[in-house]
Write a protein that binds this ligand. Structure first.
Ligand SMILES: Nc1nc2c(c(=O)[nH]1)N[C@H]1C(S)=C(S)[C@@H](COP(=O)(O)O)O[C@H]1N2
Ligand SMILES: [Mo]
Length: 281
């Protein structure tokens, strides 16, 4: 971990070992991380993102940071990495579909980029936008099931500033492949995986709660917060336990109990202390 991360962890008074880096679990095998994906821009099957992303071009790429900031800026992807560096973070990943992985990301804290932009007093939320390129992303060209494009996500500003919140540019020590959200994606390890928006082109500070893709599609099923919570079931399935991808066999899946805030409660529960987590799910 770089000096920047060490400073952030000291500033927060949270010991590094409790921040999810290193996590206690062993990483999910690389072949599972890179071939079992959700990235509907390439298709809805778990194998589609790896198989149908061959023509996706992650460079050149720029990320626009704008909205309620004193220093709006459009960053080239390589300038971002040069400026903010790369730390290794081994994080649990819990999909709302009740499966999970443990993934070794590299990237930098979103907080570092937001500080460089200087949020204004009125900024309360951060809105994220994914790329739209139907010619390179077959799932955006149509089909029976479709989210609206671009895929959009959002965080409250304090969630966005939390030192666990990562902008990942690599996985397993290499640049992100297309299926993982090349060249830059969000990772918020205490929330369901769909908050981790991929292939980001724009980050906008705002005073209003931003729209989020899955909430727009099915508001009864997917909330804005989407904090991992074994006590609040999805309307169509239990969230009490999760399938461990990469363990077990076709005859018997491996499962474990789901943890509150995906095991990061000690670090993040304070962000939600006055909220009813059943109503604001
Ligand atoms: N743009 C975009 N981002 C996305 C998705 C998507 O379909 N499009 N799927 C989300 C979901 S549901 C999950 S679980 C994670 C999966 O990340 P992974 O494939 O790297 O494990 O990405 C999230 N980010
Ligand atoms: Mo997901």
């Amino acid at each position: 971990m770089g000096a920047e991360g060490a400073r952030a962890s000291t500033a927060q008074g949270v010991p590094e070992t409790q921040r999810g880096w290193p996590a206690v679990e062993k990483p999910t095998p690389k072949q599972d991380v890179l071939n079992y994906n959700n990235f509907y821009e390439f298709g809805t099957d778990k194998s589609d993102p790896a198989e149908l992303s061959g023509s996706f071009k992650p460079r050149p790429w720029s990320v626009q940071v704008d909205g309620l900031v004193d220093h709006p800026q459009t960053w080239d992807i390589d300038a971002l990495v040069t400026q903010f560096g790369q730390q290794e973070r081994l994080y649990r990943m819990r999909c709302v579909e009740a499966w999970s992985m443990v993934i070794p990301w590299s990237g930098f804290e979103l907080a570092a980029l937001l500080r460089a932009a200087s949020p204004q007093q009125a900024a309360r939320y951060v809105a994220f936008t994914s790329v739209v390129r139907p010619s390179e992303m077959p799932g955006q060209a149509g089909g029976l099931f479709s989210l609206k494009w671009p895929y959009v996500e959002g965080l409250r500003l304090d969630e966005a500033m939390h030192p666990l919140t990562l902008l990942a540019t690599g996985v397993y020590g290499e640049d992100l492949p297309a299926q993982s959200g090349a060249p830059i994606r969000l990772v918020v390890p205490w929330k369901y995986g769909f908050k981790g928006i991929k292939s980001i082109t724009r980050i906008t500070l705002t005073d209003k709660k931003p729209p989020t893709s899955w909430n727009l599609m099915a508001p009864e099923e997917y909330g804005f917060y989407a904090n991992v919570n074994p006590e609040v079931d999805h309307p169509r399935w239990s969230q009490a336990s999760e399938q461990i991808i990469g363990e077990g066999s076709v005859f018997r899946t491996a499962r474990k109990p789901t943890q509150m805030f995906n095991g990061y409660a000690e670090q993040v529960a304070g962000l939600y202390k006055n909220m009813n987590l059943r109503k604001e799910f």
